[in-house]
Design a protein around this ligand. Structure first.
Ligand code: SAM
Ligand code: SF4
Length: 315
């Protein structure tokens, strides 16, 4: 379906839980938050029903996210349910990778096509500090397990944080020399915990170009620009929501784990879908897509307009 600004909406991101086993400093408060109760969150059947209606309206790609999607019990079964939806061309997942090692093969067998793994530093101590307790080796084991399970085109999502990982840009980029992965540098957005952060922590993706002057431009790929280090097997992506706003190319809508359809990550606008079925569900989805705002209003001085935190939406 096309929205009011002529954008074709083909991509649905589903947050399957607001819970997470990490507490990344830019995403979640230290003490965690009061999570939704089991009754608050959509059942697998409810998620599948919404996904089927969305597919009937032209959604072709679904990404599962969270919170941390792998902490939701039975998530592999949900993947199987979603993969059986006719017309869906891709089912993907964004995960912190910490619980991936034993689940990579079952996820692949359930029909998950690709994985994005979030990893902001390759230094074990900095990783432990940023995630408030996480172990880098768990994530690296998850990445290896994904490769062994046959996942192709895995993306490593690195949020650029000034004074934290800017020095590591070349080290991350070097991972692409021997591995067929895409390392994607993403600008930190002023949302949730990060909204009040010092402006020096918000690094433009231009910092990556300055650190890697040898980058060769390949193509624009949806909301990212893809590059390659000469002679490398993998690629490097730049996602610049602030420095090079891509709202005019946005093709996505988002479903929160408590059943709200968000036409835009950074808008407070939400459409409750819980309890809707058949034509009523289709109409609500159509209304939400049509109402998708033209663009976000974030910049280095203005935070996101959404009332939710990133772990409630899924990124
Ligand atoms: N727990 C999973 C993970 O970390 O991959 C999925 C949910 S997490 C909210 C999705 C993505 O959002 C992660 O890559 C995370 O780094 C990113 N993220 C969270 N807060 C962000 C922010 N303020 N700016 C940019 N990216 C952010
Ligand atoms: Fe959890 Fe992902 Fe947020 Fe980190 S970024 S706290 S892993 S939801």
């Amino acid at each position: 379906m096309v929205d009011a600004f002529g954008r074709e909406i083909t991509y649905l991101r589903i947050s399957v839980t607001d819970r997470c086993n990490y507490r990344c400093r830019y995403c979640m408060e230290e003490g965690g938050v009061v999570p939704y109760t089991h009754a608050d969150i959509l059942s697998f059947e409810e998620i599948a029903e919404i996904a089927e209606s969305a597919a009937a309206l032209g959604i072709r790609k679904i990404r599962l996210t969270g919170g941390e999607p792998l902490v939701r019990r039975g998530v592999v079964d949900l993947c199987k349910m979603l993969r059986s939806i006719p017309d869906l061309s891709e089912l993907t997942m964004t995960t912190n990778g910490s619980l991936l090692a034993p689940l990579a093969k079952p996820l692949r067998e359930a029909g998950v096509d690709r994985l994005n793994i979030s990893l902001d530093t390759l230094d074990p101590e900095k990783f432990h500090s940023m995630t408030r307790g996480g172990s880098l080796s768990d994530v690296l084991n998850g990445l290896d397990a994904a490769e062994a399970a046959g996942f192709l085109g895995t993306k490593l999502n690195v949020v650029l944080i000034g004074g934290f990982n800017d020095e590591e840009i070349p080290t991350f980029a070097a991972l692409t020399k021997e591995r067929v992965i895409c390392v994607r540098f993403i600008e930190l957005m002023p949302i949730g915990c990060a909204a009040g952060w010092n402006s020096k922590t918000f690094l433009s993706s231009e910092a990556v170009k300055r650190a890697l002057p040898e980058l060769e431009f390949l193509e624009r790929d949806g909301v990212s620009e893809r590059y390659r280090l000469p002679g490398s097997l993998g690629t490097i992506g730049l996602i610049s929501p602030i420095h090079a706003k891509f709202c005019s190319r946005c093709d996505r809508i988002r479903l929160t784990s408590d059943g709200q359809l968000k036409p835009c990550l950074h808008s407070a606008m939400e459409y409750p879908l819980r309890g809707l079925h058949g034509d009523a569900l289709m109409e609500a989805l159509q209304q939400a897509i049509w109402a998708k705002p033209k663009e976000h209003h974030m910049d280095t001085t203005h935070s996101s307009d959404t009332m939710r935190r990133m772990f409630e939406i899924g990124g």
